[in-house]
Write a protein that binds this ligand. Structure first.
Ligand code: FE
Length: 205
């Protein structure tokens, strides 16, 4: 099994947003694909540990805002590395709501899809949602962002490791999982969220 082969799959980058009676939340995903066209349907796989996942199971509705190449890292960081359990992600970001009151984003996004869940399947780490696209809107003519473009042009390069202090462990920036030990294997994957070693940051003594 080669991890590299999995990385060669191409993906887009999306802000996945939903709301329940209590609150709105959004996260970043790269897993939205169209799976049927009559009626138009998409699938999306969401980490079960993501706050958004449980909210979609409740609301059965979500919006996919398709990020474009003008996206800034701080937007991806805001929606992708913090949890809606801890902060209100909408407090500091401008957003719009569709006719059902579900949020979507105009800034940094070229289109959005309003989606209604019709089926779901438990996949272990993730839940797969199949949804009907009940509305689709083009917001601007910017080129959509791909995950590969994000990795090479938008995400900051891993900062130079501070050699003054000794590293005692590594923290997953996605879910907070702690790996104990100075050396994080290059092919390591977070046992909680499945993200690769590049999403870990050092913890110093
Ligand atoms: Fe993790």
């Amino acid at each position: 099994m080669s991890r590299k082969a999995m990385y060669d799959l191409s993906y887009g980058v999306f802000v996945l947003a939903t709301k329940t009676s209590e609150k709105m939340n959004a996260c970043i995903t790269n897993t939205c694909i169209q799976v049927a066209n009559s009626p138009t349907r998409v699938s999306i796989a969401v980490l079960n540990s993501n706050y958004t996942c449980g909210m979609i199971k409740e609301s059965k509705r979500f919006n996919i805002s398709i990020m474009d190449k003008n996206t800034k890292y701080n937007v991806v960081e805001h929606f992708g590395t913090k949890s809606g359990r801890d902060i209100d992600k909408f407090a500091t970001m401008s957003y719009k709501v569709d006719k059902d009151g579900f949020p979507y984003f105009e800034e940094n996004c070229c289109s959005y899809l309003a989606c209604k869940v019709i089926d779901m399947m438990e996949l272990g780490s993730h839940t797969l949602f199949v949804a009907e696209v009940i509305d689709s809107v083009v917001l601007n003519d910017a080129e959509p962002l791909t995950y590969a473009y994000y990795q090479s042009n938008i995400k900051p390069k891993t900062e130079k490791v501070n050699t003054e202090k000794k590293i005692k462990g590594w923290r997953c920036k996605i879910c907070g999982y702690i790996y104990e030990g100075a050396e994080l294997p290059a092919d390591y994957e977070c046992p909680l969220c499945g993200h690769p070693a590049s999403d870990f940051e050092p913890i110093y003594e």
